[in-house]
Design a protein around this ligand. Structure first.
Ligand code: DP6
Length: 348
């Protein structure tokens, strides 16, 4: 798929649009890149429902590229700089992007620093606005190609963002699945028993992480275990696909937890080692294992690049599991965010 055809030869016009795009939680992790935003292994995630970013963009013709960005009404020059750098990276393909001024108004439904990936929702919301703008110039409809382009453009801004463009479950990266690609994500259907999963996010610490994901990916380049990790992720990807397709909750949960622990093991053993989990992350993990042993209920955890736990379980067990979470686990947390599988982005 060409990103630039048929856009490169068009000329800009004034346009306004607004998109709401959710965050996602990876069940098989993207950790390590080949070249520019190409993942070292395939990943698979569940798109969330309540945690999303809403972004409104006004595109105007101008002599030079400029970006102004307001987060919850406050001017944020750092984020504006990131969006500008991203657009500059597209200029070789679409030269007239240089003749635009953008005013962006954006807000998140979740607080900053809660471990919810704001780059996934934020960058996919922006990429959807940009794709909407490009399609408005050609009059093309919002069909499959629209979302493929939006996913492609999201990936170039932040890898995990490309998976947020679709609801439900999504895969990204070349694999044995037909249609899989390193360039954009693809929606993935699962067994009805696993179609309604809950995600209770235990916010253990809201402190900003010391090492960014971008730098974490970079540290995989010189990592002693890199090749073994990429092989493990490919194997986990295939196992996760078969668990989700067949409705095998136990296999899904075992891979889910192993992926989270492997991700953090990579951080701890990278050339410049670092650790993002906190004592309460470990305490909560131990309690989840004990709860599972005692009750046999399918409650599993995963982690993003941070100390906060995402607790994943089928909706049918939510009553007993939520009681356990609020009685036993909440003292270890600063806050709990209740989320679940969502339907994907919407135009607002
Ligand atoms: C641990 O997508 O934030 O959440 O492409 O550099 O923007 P960049 O990285 P990013 O990495 C996310 C890593 C992860 C795992 C995942 O979501 O698959």
């Amino acid at each position: 798929m060409s990103l630039t055809t048929p856009f490169e030869k068009l000329s800009p016009k004034d346009f306004e649009t607004c998109w709401r795009s959710p965050s996602n939680i990876a069940f098989v992790k993207y950790w390590g890149k080949k070249g520019h935003q190409i993942p070292a292994n395939p990943s698979l995630s569940m798109t969330l429902k309540e945690c999303f970013t809403e972004t409104k963009v006004a595109f105007k013709k101008s002599d030079a590229l400029s970006v102004e960005l307001f987060l919850e009404g406050n001017r944020e020059d750092r984020f504006a700089g990131k969006v500008k750098a991203y657009l500059e990276s597209l200029i070789t393909d679409i030269p007239w992007l240089n003749n635009l001024s953008l005013v962006i108004n954006t807000k998140n439904t979740f607080p900053h620093g809660t471990g919810i990936a704001s780059s996934a929702s934020g960058m996919s919301a922006f990429a959807l606005c940009l794709t909407d703008y490009l399609h408005s110039l050609t009059g093309e409809e919002q069909g499959d190609l629209f979302f493929k382009r939006a996913s492609h453009l999201s990936r170039l801004a932040s890898g995990s963002a490309c998976r947020s463009v679709y609801g439900g479950f999504t895969t990204w990266g070349e694999s044995d699945l037909p249609e899989s690609s390193d360039k954009y994500a693809t929606p993935f259907s699962v067994h009805p028993d696993l179609a309604h999963l809950k995600d209770s996010v235990l916010v253990i610490s809201g402190v900003e992480k010391t090492v960014s994901s971008r730098s974490g990916h970079g540290r995989m380049n010189e990592h002693a275990f890199a090749e073994a990790r990429f092989l493990q992720a490919k194997k986990d990807f295939n196992l996760m696909v078969s668990a989700l397709k067949s409705g095998d909750v136990e296999l899904m949960g075992n891979i889910l937890e192993n992926e989270a622990l492997s991700l953090h093991a990579m951080m701890m053993t990278s050339p410049e080692s670092y650790m993002l989990i906190r004592p309460n992350t470990l305490a909560a993990m131990e309690m989840i294992w004990a709860f599972r042993r005692e009750t046999g209920l399918p409650l599993y955890f995963t982690l993003d690049a941070g100390p906060n736990l995402h607790l994943i379980y089928p909706e049918v067990f939510q009553h007993k599991i939520k009681t356990f979470i609020s009685h036993e686990l909440s003292p270890l947390t600063q806050k709990i965010i209740e989320d679940e599988r969502g339907e994907g982005p919407v135009k607002c």
